[in-house]
Each structure stands twice: as structure tokens, then as C-alpha cells.
Design a binder for this molecule. Structure first.
Ligand code: NAD
Length: 476
């Protein structure tokens, strides 16, 4: 049993003041494996006070000093990456292979990219030759509250902690109550790397803990990644204090597959939808296929779903794991039932656990075809390994269907026609468009529009989120 009863505040591990706890449950077995304390207002206040005390000194450090801290963190993190993979796998159910190859290494990549971006951010820049005495200063925004989800737990945390440290902010991290182990380990790494006490603070907790952080008068910015529902309440909670709010929320990405797409396009799309057991905000969960190749694409998707194996998080191999918890499992089952009830054609998978599983939050890799735009499985974020396939007639029709969602995180295009890809990249309403399986490059900004939130994480954009612009005249 693992009991996490302390929070990292002011450079020390302090006991929680709260009696509330959350049971940690292994998603593969449904067995309780420990508990984590849920911080109350007193814990949050202590962490914010520590950050407030550390901010003046940290904000005035030479940027090179902050970069050196990230460099040391990177070395320590690297040495402990297997431990990190195990923590992530244990807490949210990612199979070890995924945890080792994708989940745990992501922060190392983010650190490299942010260090590179930091070299190019001009913290003091001239306005232009017409105003020789003017300077634009980029300054750290202050004490920031960072609230993160469980699905890519360390990646999400690193996308906030690393740029906030580099910008010169002091911070309080409140990770998901479903993913406390990885953040506790990160706190140890930051401590070992020698961050000054109070610059980074960690308070475990749930929505109520997060809400206290959001409302705290001394917090000047909240960077939040999570559901659209909670994002809305963060926005409302931050409004009375006029805080900057950076939101990374849900998605319902469309993947437009044209008749001239490459042979791997459908398989790639299905696998990407099922990656991390479908628990990615940027998953391509709606596959829109040109009518002339629709039947073939549906058959290919069925084959890929049937080839996809499901297994426990602790066992080795390229299978997908369980989903994170009982609530997510029930929600996914309800949406699969809704798909069947609303008349979509079930092509693979369906309700209940895959054969051979009597417990654990395991979901059958599921494909629906003939999905109509009004159905819940076309509109709602399912957050499980469930793909909805729809046909389109032409480019215009594809754009109409793709944009028929309040979300706008990532859309995908598969087509051999470069002019068409360029047109679609502009017409699709989302913060990101990925085409022909080409991953976006290092340092490109991650973020959405509308109900997906408007923050930009990564690269220079992700750094500047944590800075304020000061406009100065009469510079000497
Ligand atoms: P969630 O909204 O339930 O929780 C996210 C975090 O917010 C947790 O730390 C939680 O304790 C906290 N929280 C919950 N209610 C709160 C409130 N009222 N005030 C303050 N904090 C609160 O989301 P989740 O289930 O942990 O994560 C899944 C969601 O995250 C999905 O919708 C997914 O799309 C989204 N997500 C988005 C991105 C992105 O970058 N756009 C990345 C990953 C996940």
C-alpha cells in the first residue's frame, strides 16, 4: 500500500492538513493500492504563501540560471525514467511499453524544446526604429496555479512546470487525484536538481483543491488542462480575480480520409484513435471517409480493431491497457450503448469487457460505421478506444462535417493532393491540423479553439503564456 500524505511546500515535505483522502486503484485489477491526501484550503494557502515568498528572488534570476536548473532536472529525470514509467503505468493504467516509450520520455522532449525556445525568446526587445527609446519587456506573470489531468500525466505537467520555471514564475502544481505518483516523483527530481525552496510546490487534491487554487487571491494565472466541464468552472472561478487563464480542454478530432490517401491512412487513423486506450484529447475519434472508398475503409478499420490486443498495464507488449477508472469505464459503456441505440452500425467491439476479462476497466476496441452527425458518439468526447466513421461526398461536405462540433483541438487530413491539403489546413476550425501522418515538429504550439480552450503549450508560445508584456518608453 502506498500512502501519499505529504505535500512538497517551501522545499519540504509537509503533512497534509486535510483528513480527506482518495483511494488509489489499479485500473487493471480494480484493487486498492493506496491512498493520496486531498489538500484543503489550508494546504493550498501554505503552498501559495511559499510561492509568493520565492517569486521576487526567482523572477530576478539570470535566465541562464533557470535554464541550468532545467538542464539538471533533465539529467536526473533521465536517470529515473524507468521509475517514472512505472509510476505512470501504476496510476493510470498505461501498459509499460507505452509508459516507457511515450509517456515517461515526453517531459525530456519538452525540456529540450523549451530550452531551445528560451534561447530565442527576446526578453527585452525594441519596438522599432521609429521609437528608439521604446522597449518591450517580457516578464514572469507571478505566482501560477497549474492543474493537470491523468491521461498523459507527466507530459501535461511538464508542459506547464518547465516553461513556468524558465519564465521566472513561482508555482503550485495540483495534479489529478488519479495520477499523484508521477508528480510526487517529479517533485523529488526538482528538489534534487536544487530549485530554490518555494519556487515549485506540489499539493495533491481533487476538484475542490483545484477550485481553491483557482480562487486564491495571490495566484495571478491558472494554467489548466482537463475536461471542458471543469475548464468552464475554472474560468468562472478565476473571473472575480481577473486572472489569466490558459485552458487546454477536450476534443473531438476529425480525420478526413480522401480517395487519394496513402494505403496506410486508415490503419494509422485507427491506431492513433486507440493509442493510450483512446484517452487523448487530440485523438482522431471521427473518421470521415470519401464515399468512393468508404466500404473499404470500414473493413480495414474493422481488421485493425480486431487485431488490437488489450491487456494489463504491468505486462509487456504492444497491447492497449484498461481505461483509468470506474467512472470513465461506465461513461464509455454508456456511449457505446448510445451508439447502438441511435442506430450506428457496430463494426467491431461493443459493450462489456473483452473476452477473458472479468475485472479491470478494460474496453473492447470498438468501431462504429454509418455514424450520423446528431448522434452522441459523433458529438461527445468518449475518451475510450471507440472510433466513429462517417462518409462524406466531397471536400465541401467533409469540411462541413469536420467543423460541426463545438470542439477544435486537432483535425487530420489524409490526401495525396498538396493543394487540397493546404486549402483544408486553412478551412478546418482547430488549433492544430496534422496531415498525412506527419507529426508536428519540435517546438510547435499545442492548443485549440472554442470549447477545446485557447492556450498554446510548447515552444516559444508556451513560454510566453507565462509572461506579461510590459511596454516601456524612455529606455536609456
Ligand atoms: P477533469 O477536468 O476531471 O480534471 C482535470 C484536473 O482538474 C484534475 O486535476 C482535477 O482534479 C481538476 N479539477 C476538476 N474539477 C475542477 C474544478 N472545478 N476546479 C479546479 N480544478 C478542477 O479532467 P480529467 O478527467 O482529469 O482529464 C480528461 C480531460 O482532459 C479530457 O476531457 C481531455 O480531453 C482533457 N485533456 C485535454 C488536453 C489538452 O491539451 N487539450 C490534454 C489532456 C487532456
Amino acid at each position: 500500500m502506498r500512502e501519499l500524505q505529504t505535500f512538497y511546500i517551501g522545499g519540504r515535505w509537509l503533512p497534509s492538513r486535510s483528513a480527506r483522502t482518495h483511494a488509489m486503484v489499479d485500473p487493471s485489477t480494480e484493487q486498492v493500492t493506496g491512498s493520496v491526501s486531498l489538500g484543503d484550503a489550508g494546504d493550498v494557502d501554505a503552498a501559495v504563501a511559499a510561492a509568493q515568498a520565492a517569486f521576487p528572488g526567482w523572477s530576478e534570476t539570470d535566465p541562464a540560471e533557470r535554464m541550468a536548473l532545467i538542464g539538471r532536472m533533465q539529467a536526473i529525470y533521465s536517470a529515473r525514467s524507468e521509475e517514472m514509467a512505472k509510476a505512470i503505468s501504476d496510476e493510470m493504467g498505461a501498459p509499460m511499453e507505452l509508459a516507457r516509450t511515450r509517456q515517461a520520455p515526453a517531459p525530456l522532449r519538452h525540456m529540450t524544446n523549451f530550452l531551445e525556445a528560451m534561447k530565442h525568446v527576446e526578453l527585452i526587445r525594441p519596438l522599432g526604429s521609429h521609437a528608439p527609446g521604446d522597449r518591450i519587456l517580457l516578464e514572469p506573470i507571478g505566482v501560477v496555479g497549474l492543474i493537470t489531468p491523468w491521461n498523459w500525466p507527466m507530459s501535461q505537467v511538464a508542459l506547464k512546470v518547465v516553461p513556468a520555471l524558465l519564465a521566472g514564475c513561482a508555482m503550485v502544481l495540483k495534479p489529478s487525484e488519479y495520477a499523484p505518483l508521477s508528480s510526487a516523483l517529479l517533485a523529488e527530481i526538482i528538489d534534487e536538481a536544487g530549485a530554490p525552496p518555494g519556487v515549485f510546490n506540489l499539493v495533491h487534491g481533487d476538484g475542490a483543491t483545484g477550485a481553491r487554487l483557482v480562487e486564491h487571491p495571490e495566484v495571478t494565472m491558472i494554467s489548466f488542462t482537463g475536461s471542458t466541464r471543469a475548464g468552464q468552472s475554472v474560468l468562472l472561478g478565476a473571473a472575480p480575480g481577473f486572472k489569466r487563464v490558459a485552458l487546454e480542454l477536450g476534443g473531438k478530432g476529425a480525420n478526413l480520409v480522401f480517395a487519394d490517401a496513402d494505403d496506410q491512412a486508415v490503419e494509422r487513423g485507427v491506431r492513433q484513435c486507440f493509442l493510450n486506450s483512446g484517452q487523448s484529447c487530440n485523438a482522431p475519434t471521427r473518421m470521415l471517409v470519401e464515399r468512393s472508398v468508404y466500404a473499404r475503409a470500414v473493413e480495414r478499420a474493422r481488421a485493425v480493431a480486431e487485431e488490437t490486443t488489450v491487456g494489463p498495464s504491468g505486462s509487456e507488449g504492444g497491447h492497449i491497457g484498461p481505461v483509468v477508472n470506474a467512472r470513465q469505464y461506465a461513461q464509455i459503456q454508456a456511449l457505446i450503448e448510445a451508439g447502438i441505440g441511435e442506430g450506428a452500425r457496430l463494426v467491431a467491439g461493443g459493450c462489456g469487457r473483452p473476452a477473458g476479462f472479468n475485472s479491470g476497466y478494460f474496453v473492447k476496441p470498438t468501431v462504429f460505421a454509418d455514424v450520423a452527425g446528431h448522434m452522441r458518439i459523433a458529438r461527445e468526447e468518449i475518451f475510450g478506444p471507440v472510433l466513429s466513421i462517417m462518409a462524406f461526398e466531397d471536400e465541401e461536405d467533409a469540411v462541413r462535417i469536420a467543423n460541426d462540433t463545438p470542439y477544435g483541438l486537432t483535425n487530420y487530413v489524409q490526401s495525396g493532393d498538396g493543394d487540397r491539403r493546404n486549402r483544408l489546413a486553412r478551412r478546418l476550425r482547430s488549433g492544430m491540423v496534422e496531415m498525412n501522418g506527419q507529426p508536428r515538429g519540435a517546438g510547435s504550439p499545442f492548443g485549440g479553439v472554442r470549447h477545446s480552450g485557447g492556450a498554446r503549450e510548447g515552444g516559444t508560445w508556451g513560454l510566453e503564456e507565462f509572461m506579461v508584456v510590459k511596454s516601456v518608453s524612455g529606455w536609456g
